[in-house]
Design a protein around this ligand. Structure first.
Ligand SMILES: [Zn+2]
Length: 195
């Protein structure tokens, strides 16, 4: 896949065509002002865990197969897990056998990219060995993200996603000032490199 692309939204050349993007924070956080966050939000971006108003979230990777390729496109997303499940996850955080844990049920509630609102989509969190982010698996549903997860996407769609992410959210959120989204390089450095 090419390194960059000509963008039909701004008419400029973008040097990077990322094969992954991340949502920086759960939408519950993004909606809060800095003052509102105080005392309500505990978030550890490195570990990828957050507690917001008593709700617990974990960051995971949703991998979408690239058609005609062995590689994946990766969404880094936050999903909500039950409090007792989060306790179990944290109790096993450094357990060398963490990958053998049963998958944890979770829900995705978010806006991102050009997808329709993810209206409480059900997601399995598949735990990996310590140091690796869990993998997310959407349960069957009508949402286009599920279709992409199961059928894969092509390079045209990768460019479409990049355009929606480089020129984010204006259409979706109207005059709200949130973009809530940063590149995976910015967030995770080398951690996001999958190959
Ligand atoms: Zn552009």
């Amino acid at each position: 896949m090419a390194d960059g692309f000509l963008c039909i939204k701004c008419g400029q050349w973008h040097d990077k065509l990322p094969l992954g993007w991340g949502v920086a924070e759960p939408i519950y956080v993004a909606k809060l002002t800095p003052a509102e966050r105080v005392g309500r939000v505990q978030i550890d971006h490195g570990a990828g865990v957050a507690i917001i108003d008593g709700k617990t979230f974990i960051m995971g990777l949703l991998q979408i197969p690239l058609r005609n390729s062995e590689r994946f496109f990766t969404w880094t997303l936050w999903v909500q897990v039950a409090e007792h499940d989060m306790e179990n996850i944290l109790a096993n955080w450094t357990n060398p056998r963490r990958a053998e844990m049963e998958p944890t049920p979770s829900i995705l509630v978010d806006y991102f990219c050009d997808y329709p609102e993810c209206d409480r989509l059900h997601v399995w969190v598949h735990h990996q060995e310590p140091g690796k982010r869990p993998l997310l698996e959407l349960l069957p549903c009508e949402h286009p993200l599920y279709k992409e997860q199961t059928e894969g996407i092509d390079d045209i769609r990768v460019r479409e996603i990049a355009m929606a992410m480089y020129h984010p959210m204006a259409a979706r959120l109207g005059d709200q000032p949130w973009d809530g989204v940063v590149t995976p390089e910015l967030l995770f450095g080398d951690m996001m490199k999958l190959d």
